[in-house]
Design a protein around this ligand. Structure first.
Ligand SMILES: Cc1cc2nc3c(=O)[nH]c(=O)nc-3n(C[C@H](O)[C@H](O)[C@H](O)COP(=O)(O)OP(=O)(O)OC[C@H]3O[C@@H](n4cnc5c(N)ncnc54)[C@H](O)[C@@H]3O)c2cc1C
Length: 381
């Protein structure tokens, strides 16, 4: 289906079904409420086929360009139906399964993720291993010869794992080579979170939500056929996430930021200062959306996305700060003192916006990449 036709049909359908999809609580709600709402909404959208457009037929999709699902994510975020932070995890993890899991496994589990029957998490970061992901140490050992073992045993720890306490499965990076093998000795597994030996300890964020967790692995046995990609090929799995994380996920986030800016405009004072703050925020979002549009089209045309997406990442994180700083400046006290539902929403989201320069690669690391790899301003030490 052509994107413009899809968008028109989708918007008409969302208009007609808004009451059925809308959250039964005032935003932000508790994390339990938000997660339940997301799964309920996914189920309704899957039943009506919208969650299936843009996904391959062999995993329960209806085919078509991945830009169709990008449209869906942006429409939901722009209507305040989906929290892009939670919803876009699908976009980060499902393509990984499609590209790297056994076809039968992908066919079994991807529809469960799309239809709201399951939540998955991403177990990459460890204490001391975030920006420098290739130094991770959570260990997987074969029960026997690595090439023929039917099971692997995992020991170690992950941290900052979003939604781990809700997740049925985890895309997990482990060390399978020597301790100093860096990116050449990493293997990815798809792990059931109810496997004995896994302990999840949620961590409270500055906004009071427990969105992420520490996850401990104590002799966790995983079947060898849950390996994603090749033995010691986990770095390719990790890197394959980048094109989706930096394109479709951002498109959802941008739609959400526009929506928030509109909300600020509705109640901001009518004066020169407000006009300047809003104008600057709008200009930034417009630039960001233009940049992201180019990235989407490059991906859809088959281009390999690389270091240049660090520019998109810096712009999105900056956009998050600019929009929520605008709310704080133009709606005095809304972030610090307002106990109404609106105050609760702005406070929670303002505090979360500070994380935008951390998750998915920190702003400092992105600027290093831009300086070294795009502008040729020196090499890694
Ligand atoms: C809301 C949120 C959700 C997250 N969800 C997940 C998840 O689901 N799964 C997951 O695996 N991880 C997740 N993360 C973790 C995230 O990927 C890491 O926090 C991030 O990669 C940074 O790693 P770190 O925390 O170890 O910080 P570090 O890498 O220790 O960085 C600390 C500081 O040093 C700076 N720094 C580091 N290296 C350099 C350098 N070479 N040059 C200049 N400055 C440098 C950084 O910019 C930062 O300011 C999440 C994080 C947040 C905030």
């Amino acid at each position: 289906m052509h994107i413009a036709d899809f968008r028109a049909k989708l918007n008409a359908w969302l208009d007609a079904h808004h009451a059925e999809l809308a959250a039964p609580f005032a935003p932000p709600g508790t994390l339990d409420q938000r997660v339940a709402q997301m799964q309920r909404m996914k189920s309704v959208l899957f039943e009506a086929d919208w969650m299936r457009y843009g996904w391959p037929e062999h995993v329960g999709g209806l085919g078509g360009s991945p830009m169709l699902r990008t449209e869906l994510g942006a429409a939901l975020a722009g209507r305040d139906l989906a929290d892009p932070g939670l919803f876009s995890l699908i976009e980060v993890l499902a393509p990984t399964l499609i590209d790297f899991a056994r076809p039968e496994l992908a066919a079994e589990v991807v529809p469960r993720l799309l239809s709201g029957a399951e939540i998955w998490c991403q177990g990459f970061s460890e204490p001391g291993t975030g920006s420098d992901l290739s130094s991770l140490s959570c260990r997987a050992e074969p029960d026997g010869d690595p090439d023929t073992a039917s099971t692997w045993r995992i020991n170690g720890q992950k941290v900052w794992t979003s939604l781990a306490q809700y997740a049925e499965r985890c895309v997990l990076l482990t060390r399978t080579g020597p301790a100093d093998s860096r990116h050449r000795g990493i293997t990815a597994f798809f792990v059931d979170m109810d496997t004995p030996g896994i302990t999840v300890a949620p961590i409270e964020m500055i906004n009071g939500m427990h969105e992420f967790a520490e996850v401990f692995f104590d002799d966790v046995v995983v079947p060898a056929d849950r390996m994603l990609g090749e033995l010691n090929g986990g770095w390719s799995v990790a890197m394959s996430i980048l094109p989706y994380e930096r394109s479709s996920c951002f498109w959802q986030r941008i739609a959400y930021l526009y929506r928030r800016l509109e909300m600020i405009v509705e109640v901001a004072p009518d004066d020169d200062r407000a006009a300047e703050v809003i104008g600057n925020a709008f200009l930034h979002l417009h630039m960001l959306r233009s940049r992201s549009r180019v990235t989407q089209h490059r991906l859809a045309d088959g281009a390999t996305l690389g270091a240049e997406t660090s520019i998109d990442k810096v712009l999105v994180a900056t956009g998050d700060h600019i929009v929520y700083d605008a709310a704080r400046r133009l709606l005095p006290g809304i972030v610090e003192m307002d106990d109404s539902d609106a105050g609760e929403m702005w406070r929670t989201e303002y505090l979360y916006s500070r994380a935008a320069t951390i998750y998915g690669g920190t702003a400092e690391v992105q600027r290093n990449i831009i300086a070294r790899r795009l502008l040729d301003l020196g090499t890694d030490a």
